[in-house]
Design a protein around this ligand. Structure first.
Ligand SMILES: [Mg+2]
Length: 240
């Protein structure tokens, strides 16, 4: 790279992969994909919840993210971080019960991660997994093994952190998170619910996938799907 080497580190000068930047518009697009994938899973999530809860989880998640899309489309806000705070508030007003505050807290943590910057990058998209996990952990009282959404968010966040440490691209970090999320979702089958409505079933909750774990895995897959559509596979030999 020689004499140009020092210039390559300057922002906005050298065409590196990390220059891919997303705006508030992209964030609404991501929320649209969340809403779409959850709408497609609405019946299945309701059936999972029907087995161990009150069958409302599919409706809660699909309607919650539909409300997020409506609110963020209408919001006069072109900073991604504050727009995600709009998403948090709209999810909270649309969804009651346990799920509303948990994902509102997740989105609020995502908003803090994006801060007041005008744009965000692929690494921020991957880092949303950890931010959401932190936000949910901060609000909820479930621990790993309690058969909740945390049994997906914790291992997925750990997978992102480990992949990032080993130098994996943001897309690869999300692929690892998606694998960890799928394993975490399946692992809830062998767990006895310790918190929430399903805890009343005791051992009868065994053998059922937790609906919150299933919807968490859908969100993580959607993050991967969305980033993949934006950046694709890094071409061989790209600088940066
Ligand atoms: Mg329910």
């Amino acid at each position: 790279m020689g004499a140009l080497g020092h210039l390559a580190s300057g922002p906005g000068f050298w065409p590196t992969a990390s220059m891919t930047e997303f705006s508030a518009h992209h964030l609404v697009d991501l929320f649209r994909l969340f809403a779409l994938r959850l709408a497609e899973a609405r019946i299945d999530l309701g059936a999972l919840d029907g087995a161990i809860g009150d069958a409302d989880h599919g409706n809660s998640m699909a309607e919650g993210f539909a409300a997020v899309v409506r609110a963020t489309l209408a919001a006069p806000q072109d900073l991604p971080g504050p727009l995600m705070a709009v998403a948090a508030r709209s999810f909270l007003s649309a969804v009651g019960a346990t799920t509303g505050p948990l994902y509102a807290s997740a989105l609020q943590a995502g908003s803090r991660r994006l801060g007041e910057r005008a744009s965000f990058g692929p690494e921020d998209v991957a880092a949303l997994v950890g931010a959401f996990a932190d936000g949910i952990a901060h609000r909820g009282n479930a621990r790993p093994g309690d058969k909740t959404m945390m049994d997906v968010w914790f291992p997925a966040a750990r997978a992102v952190a480990e992949a990032a440490r080993s130098g994996a691209s943001p897309l690869e970090q999300l692929r690892q998170a998606e694998r960890a999320a799928a394993e975490g979702r399946e692992a809830t089958r062998a767990m006895i619910a310790a918190v929430g409505r399903a805890a009343r079933l005791g051992p009868r909750s065994l053998g059922h996938v937790d609906p919150g774990a299933a919807s968490a895995a859908i969100l993580i897959s959607a993050l991967r799907e969305w980033l993949e559509a934006q950046v694709g596979d890094p071409p061989m030999g790209r600088i940066g």
